[in-house]
Ligand binder design. Structure first.
Ligand code: SAM
Ligand code: SF4
Length: 472
C-alpha cells in the first residue's frame, strides 16, 4: 500500500469557519431565503446550511421540514432504491472504540466468507429478490484490493434462477490510487468511506493513533485518491453520536463542496448512520443525536445538496424510517442481516442478533418483501434500478436531477419495470396485490405517448414471455 496522499492534498475541514457559521443567530428571514434557494435545486454554502442547522423555533423547523418534503415530492419523485449489505469479513487491524469488529475485542467471532460461502450468500440474497448489494469489509491485510475485486467478480457471476446482482457497491477501508483502480476494473458501483467524525480532536479520541485508521488525513483524502484513480462514484458519511451533529453536517458539506470544486463531481451518496449498540461498546455517547435532531439533520442535508443521494439504513427503526423517507432519502436497505453467512445459514432475520458475530444492532429487521409492501402502501415505488450505471450514464451523477424530465423518462419506468420483475419472481400474494395497485395508479398518471406505450409493451413482454432486465 502506497501511503502517499494526492498531490496538493489539503485539509479542507476548516474548523474555525464551521464554528463561526454555527455561531449565527436564528434568523427567520434568512431561513426563508435559503429555503427558496434550495427549492431552485441550488447547492447551499456552508453559511447557508448553518442557517438551517441553528433553527430551534418549532414553526420555523416545520417550514424547513415542509420544504424538504416538497423538494422530495415535486422534484425527486417517489422512488426508493433498495439494497442489502453483505458482510464479507470482520477481521480488523483497527480499534475504533464504537465498533464490534475492533481488534482489541477478544469476544468477537472472526470470520471471512470462503468463495463457496460467498456464492451461497449471494444466492440467498437473490432468492429474496435483491439486485443491488453493498459489500462490507473490516480493514485487514486479508482484504487487499485484489481480494475485494475477486469478491466483486464472484458476486456478479453468481446467478440463481432469475436472480442476479446487477450492482455491487463497496464499504471498505480507504485504498491507495492503485487499489482504487483495481476495484474499479471489477465493475464496482459506489465506493463508500465514512469519515466517522470530521472533528479532529474527537477523531483522535475514537481512533487510536497507532492504527491505520488513526490517520485522519489518510482517510479524509480517500475520495481524492479515488477520483485520481478514475472512480467518480463515491459515497461519504459521518457516524453520528461522536461529536456535535451540526458540526458533522457542515463537515459533510465541506467534503462535498471540496470534491465538487476540485473534480467537478460531488459525492454520489451521503450516509448518516447513528451509533448503535455493539459488542463491547460500553461508553455513553457524549453527543447523542435524538430522533428530532436526526430528522433535522436529514432535512438539512436534503436541502443543502440537491444532487446527492441520501442513504438511511436499518440502524433506524421503522417509524423513524417512515418519517424521514419523506424528506428525500433515496436509498434504504431491506431484509438486512449483519451476521456473516446469515443470508444462507439462517432461515430468517432474528430479533435476537448475535452481537459477538455482528458489527452493531439494527432496529429494522423486516424482510425485503415486508419492506416492499410497506413502501407501496405509502405510495413509494420500490426500485431495483441499475440502469444509468450499466448503460454508461455515469460521471455527472446529478444528471438525473439536473436534466429536465430525466426522472420521468428513465427513473420511473425503470423503477416500475424492476418492481414488476420482483413481483413476478419473488412477491408474496399480499405484496403483489398492493404493488399492482400502485403500478396501475402510476401508469394512469403517466401522460399518453411513446414512453408510456414502450413501458406497457415491456411490462406485457415480461408478463407473457418473461423478458427481464430491459433498461430505459
Ligand atoms: N472497516 C472499514 C472502515 O472502517 O472504513 C469499512 C467500514 S465499517 C465495516 C462500516 C461502517 O460502520 C463504519 O464506517 C462506521 O461508520 C459504521 N459503524 C461502526 N460501528 C458502528 C456502530 N456501533 N453503530 C453504527 N455504525 C457503526
Ligand atoms: Fe475496523 Fe471499520 Fe470497525 Fe473500525 S469501523 S474497527 S476499521 S471494521
Amino acid at each position: 500500500m502506497d501511503r502517499s496522499l494526492t498531490k496538493g492534498a489539503v485539509d479542507f475541514i476548516e474548523e474555525e469557519r464551521i464554528f463561526e457559521a454555527l455561531s449565527q443567530k436564528e434568523d427567520a428571514g434568512k431561513v426563508a431565503a435559503v429555503l427558496a434557494k434550495s427549492m431552485e435545486k441550488k447547492p447551499l454554502t456552508l453559511d447557508e446550511t448553518a442557517a438551517l442547522l441553528v433553527v430551534r423555533d418549532e414553526r420555523l423547523l416545520e417550514s424547513l421540514f415542509d420544504a424538504a418534503r416538497k423538494l422530495k415530492r415535486d422534484i425527486y419523485g417517489n422512488r426508493i432504491v433498495l439494497f442489502a449489505p453483505l458482510y464479507i469479513g470482520n477481521h480488523c487491524v483497527n480499534d475504533c472504540l464504537y465498533c464490534g469488529f475492533r481488534r482489541s475485542l477478544k469476544t468477537t467471532v472472526r470470520r471471512s466468507l470462503s468463495d463457496e460461502e460467498l456464492v451461497s450468500e449471494v444466492k440467498g440474497l437473490e432468492n429474496q429478490g435483491h439486485k443491488r448489494l453493498i459489500l462490507v469489509y473490516g480493514e485487514s491485510p486479508l482484504y487487499t484490493p485484489e481480494y475485494i475485486a475477486h469478491t466483486v467478480r464472484i458476486v456478479y457471476q453468481t446467478k440463481e434462477k432469475h436472480g442476479e446482482i446487477r450492482r455491487v457497491n463497496i464499504n471498505a477501508a480507504p485504498l491507495d490510487i492503485a487499489g482504487f483502480k483495481t476495484v474499479k476494473e471489477a465493475g464496482i458501483g459506489t465506493f463508500q468511506v465514512f469519515q466517522e467524525t470530521y472533528h479532529k480532536p474527537t477523531y483522535a479520541e475514537y481512533h487510536p493513533a497507532n492504527t491505520i485508521k488513526g490517520d485522519y488525513m489518510w482517510r479524509l483524502n480517500a475520495m481524492d485518491r479515488a477520483f485520481e484513480a478514475g472512480c467518480d462514484d463515491m459515497g461519504i458519511g459521518a457516524l453520528f453520536g461522536l461529536y456535535d451533529w451540526k458540526f458533522e453536517v457542515l463537515g459533510l458539506i465541506s467534503h462535498a463542496l471540496h470534491l465538487q470544486g476540485r473534480y467537478g463531481v460531488g459525492p454520489h451518496t451521503i450516509s448518516f448512520p447513528r451509533i448503535q449498540p455493539a459488542n463491547g461498546l460500553d461508553f455513553a455517547l457524549k453527543h447523542p443525536v435524538s430522533d428530532k435532531d436526526f430528522k433535522h439533520l436529514v432535512a438539512v442535508l436534503r436541502l443543502a445538496v440537491p444532487y446527492t443521494g441520501l442513504i438511511m439504513t436499518a440502524r433506524e427503526k421503522e417509524s423513524l424510517r417512515n418519517e424521514v423517507m419523506q424528506f428525500g432519502v433515496s436509498q434504504i436497505d431491506a431484509g438486512t442481516r449483519l451476521e456473516i453467512g446469515a443470508y444462507h445459514e439462517k432461515e430468517s432475520a432474528s430479533e435476537n442478533q448475535a452481537l459477538e458475530k455482528e458489527q452493531f444492532r439494527i432496529a429494522d429487521n423486516r424482510s425485503l418483501d415486508d419492506t416492499i409492501r410497506w413502501l407501496v402502501r405509502q405510495k413509494f415505488i420500490p426500485s431495483f434500478c441499475t440502469s444509468c450505471y450499466r448503460v454508461g450514464r455515469t460521471g455527472e451523477h446529478f444528471m438525473e436531477y439536473a436534466i429536465p424530465g430525466f426522472i420521468g423518462k428513465f427513473c420511473t419506468p425503470n423503477a416500475l419495470m424492476t418492481l414488476a420483475e420482483y413481483l413476478k419472481d419473488y412477491g408474496s400474494p399480499s405484496t403483489v396485490e398492493a404493488a399492482n395497485e400502485l403500478i396501475k395508479e402510476e401508469l394512469a398518471a403517466m401522460p399518453e405517448g411513446d414512453l408510456k406505450s414502450r413501458l406497457l409493451e415491456r411490462l406485457s413482454d415480461l408478463e407473457r414471455n418473461g423478458t427481464r432486465d430491459r433498461l430505459f
